[in-house]
Design a protein around this ligand. Sequence first.
Ligand code: COA
Ligand code: AMP
Length: 637
Amino acid sequence: MDSAFKSVYQSALEDPETFWAQAAEDVHWYRRWDRVLDDSTPPFYRWFPGAQINTCFNALDLHIEQGRGEQAALIYDSPVTQTQRTFTYAQLRDETARFAGALAGLGVTKGDRVIVYMPMVPETVIAMLACARLGAIHSVVFGGFAANELAVRIDDAQPKVVVSASCGVEVSRVVEYKPLLDEAIALASHAVSHCVILQRPQALATMQERRDKDWNQLMSTAEPHDCVPVAATDPLYILYTSGTTGQPKGVVRDNGGHVVALKWSMKNIYGAEPGDVYWAASDVGWVVGHSYIVYAPLFNGNTTILYEGKPVGTPDAGAFWRVISEHGVKVMFTAPTAFRAIKKEDPAGNHLQRYDMSQFECLFLAGERTDSDTLHWAENKLGVPVIDHWWQTETGWSIAANCRGLGLVPIKEGSVTHPVPGWDLRVLKEDGTEPKAGEIGALAVRLPLPPGAFPTLWNAPERYVDAYLKQFEGYYSTADAGVIDAEGYVYVMSRTDDIINVAGHRLSTGAMEEVLADHPDVAECAVLGVADALKGQVPMGLLVVNAGCDRSEVDIVGEVVQMVRDRIGPVAAFKQALIVPRLPKTRSGKILRGTVRQIADGEEWTLPATIEDPEVLEEIADALLRAGYPGSSVTVE
Ligand code: COA
Ligand code: AMP
């Protein structure tokens, strides 16, 4: 089939309002928009002003009206608890309506915030959809974050209610959430009125009288609540993501543009038709989980899979193939790191022989660069197209992809293919001009961003402008550097800020540095992402200790590792640090993190012209050599 990609891309570029108005016909509205795009206050743009919509209605009730009530909406597959449960659209709507009633009974109304700090259980999806049903704004916090991170989010979002569970279940341990929640509430200045706690049998939570409510008890008496119409431009959720400091950014998603864009993406990017089984193996705490475990598949009438397990160890490296064959998954989405984990344990792909994968049609990867070994391994073993696509928490859906629903174009290794319709992506040089095709620069998107992308940051419109829109006037800076070649293929190379990607999880090295700097023996520090065969990157700390400190490196490193775990969480995977005599800096005092990373990773590197004292790099290279980093034998000329 010839791809319709080019003509569709062109029509979205030339007349975005007509393009998105047509896509919006596929969505249920209580009231239609006054205009498609409000561009009267740049750089702030709003899609579908004047329209009234409900996100939960579009995810559930609409399908029941259209005859899909008995189709499976959600399959919960949990190898860690050996449980499976299927919810039809009718059942999921009923549970959601009842939980919306329960939240309303606790005083939650339109515009109120609700924090959801939950493991990968169906109640998490129900809580999110129940908020949407009421027009309340949910903010899901990933379970691998520590109490301190949760407290920061409580203070910023100021929720009326927190929905949580007694525990999460990891491969080798049960993680009790309730003590973390209690600690976070104690740390936060904002007072939460109520917590709703799902008691899981793996660990029972101690409840605080009056404040804490038991999920099951509340549900047993709650009345179902109807969908509350909200403005298309009202916020649906806030999702905090790492910024350059310890203060995360509250990415806001609106209701109307989000439904339109995500429903369009299911058909046109993923090629998923209503009724197909679609699986995003991620966590609801990340944007991939929001968009492609919960919202998009449900907007599109798919069956979505909620998988509480890992690619390996639950129980083996055949876990993904089991889920695909058992539930008839057609399209899957995960991070390359998951495939690296499987490849490491089962390089020959022996587990595949045990499963019927005949229904499986396509694998999508995102979250980090797909290395060519992983790409080829997946292609060879699965025998289906493997599509790398690129997006960010801020964008909510992909900026560049090979749009399967429009007909795949040839794949180029290392490329995320073309900008998706709606995204006017450019490479820009520092002076804001475009380089020749194939030359590297900052990847930036011409404003307005399409529907579904973030219209602002929660309570921080100035930060929205400063962080994303100031660098190049009229453009959104993605903070990724990259290339667009002469055929329009996009290559995403690296972040231009201090964000690193650890197992597809986005983390701020700046936030980790803030923690290390609090250690009493640390005078100065730097954190950088070094290459890791499984997780892509892992953080590594360089510590300069105070003059006169004679404590052992093992003790100090052990303490800072624990501090990061306690303050940011296990998800940071911060396990390595070295004590060095000095940090390498430019004459203006900027730490040369990039050069140290190149040395540690064994890449070629050149001595920066701006370096203050070249000998410092020699000392660092020695320290890295002693610690066993591959490239540490490089010496400074
Ligand atoms: N609640 C509590 N703790 C959690 C958690 C959660 N929801 N999720 C992860 N953690 C903990 C882990 O137990 C681990 O703790 P440890 O240091 O005590 O071992 C730590 O956080 C790091 O977790 P993770 O990065 O997931 O590493 P892992 O070694 O447990 O697993 C992979 C590695 C590659 C198997 C796993 O990261 C994976 O499946 N990733 C692929 C898909 C994905 O989710 N991508 C995200 C965006 S698409
Ligand atoms: P997050 O906001 O957690 O989704 O992380 C977004 C960041 O992950 C991007 O800015 C990129 O740096 C990186 N990323 C996501 N997808 C890809 C991809 N397909 N290729 C390269 N980097 C990616």
